[in-house]
Design a protein. Structure first.
Length: 286
């Protein structure tokens, strides 16, 4: 296993995802969320359709109607709508911190739905991570922030998507699952534009941001996938937490966002809990 190279690729993937989030936040200031979703969906469909063709994978398949794949697509769309809305209203670093709870949520769902054994120490880590989320949400400071609640909803949807991917049939390749997920964004984006904000003129600046958004998303996906294939999971997975500092840098450079003390403390609890869960899982499997 080429762990050092894999860790570098995963770090690059997290930087790309953070930059892509920044592009989405910029875009939603000038065009509608629906338009952004449509263009993201189109970009993903083109790339993953080419990958499916390269692998001789049949795109039009009964697999599309499998309940678990339908669930995965619904979760993907729910996450996209939630995060696209949250990006317009909340700091990138706060959203990125909440997203880091996905390993903790997957630990809970694995115990509940997959009947995997989770010991008291991992349950304790999950509890501490949830305390970190509550610190970021600030429920005692005049009510919960709706934008951050949307980030929580989006994170739960991403966890459901990942769980569905684990349960998907083996014949459904990663490019095919990704193609279906990105394709689902297109009609939902059209509906959002039609019933909500409408279609806004796309300037040259917005077009450039759309290109960058898709480029960052595709490069990030490629690097993350490659990293998981050439490196050990226990070495590569912790690098996912670099998305948080990358998001903080993007937020500061593009939007002059500075995380406050509560966000930093809550983020530290989430990252510490997540790393502990990963370490325990690696020890149990070894």
């Amino acid at each position: 296993m080429d762990n050092l190279r894999a860790m570098g690729l995963m770090g690059l993937a997290m930087a790309c995802f953070a930059a892509g989030d920044g592009m989405i936040k910029l875009l939603t200031q000038s065009i509608s969320r629906g338009q952004v979703m449509v263009f993201m969906g189109l970009g993903g469909v083109v790339v993953f359709a080419l990958l499916c063709r390269q692998q001789s994978t049949r795109i039009i398949s009964p697999l599309f109607f499998r309940p678990i794949i339908v669930l995965r697509n619904v979760a993907e769309v729910t996450a996209a709508v939630s995060f696209f809305t949250a990006f317009t209203l909340a700091p990138l670093s706060s959203i990125a911190a909440i997203m880091q709870t996905i390993p903790l949520i997957l630990t809970v769902t694995a115990a509940v739905f997959l009947k995997e054994h989770v010991g008291p120490r991992r349950w304790g880590a999950v509890f501490i991570g949830m305390i970190g989320v509550m610190i970021i949400l600030r429920p005692d400071s005049g009510g919960l922030d709706p934008a951050l609640l949307l980030a929580v909803l989006g994170t739960l949807a991403l966890a459901a998507r990942d769980l569905a991917a684990r349960l998907a049939p083996q014949e459904a390749s990663t490019p095919l699952l990704s193609l279906y997920a990105f394709g689902a964004l297109i009609p939902v984006g059209f509906v959002l534009s039609w019933v909500g904000e409408g279609n806004q003129p796309i300037s040259l600046t917005s077009a450039w941001h759309l290109i960058l958004m898709n480029a960052f998303a595709i490069l990030g996906y490629f690097c993350a996938t490659k990293a998981m294939r050439i490196g050990e999971v226990s070495s590569v997975s912790p690098v996912r937490y670099t998305r948080l500092p990358f998001a903080a840098v993007v937020g500061y450079v593009l939007f002059s966002e500075i995380p406050d003390a509560q966000t930093l403390f809550g983020s530290a609890l989430i990252i510490g809990a997540g790393l502990f869960v990963m370490l325990r899982e690696a020890q149990i499997k070894s």
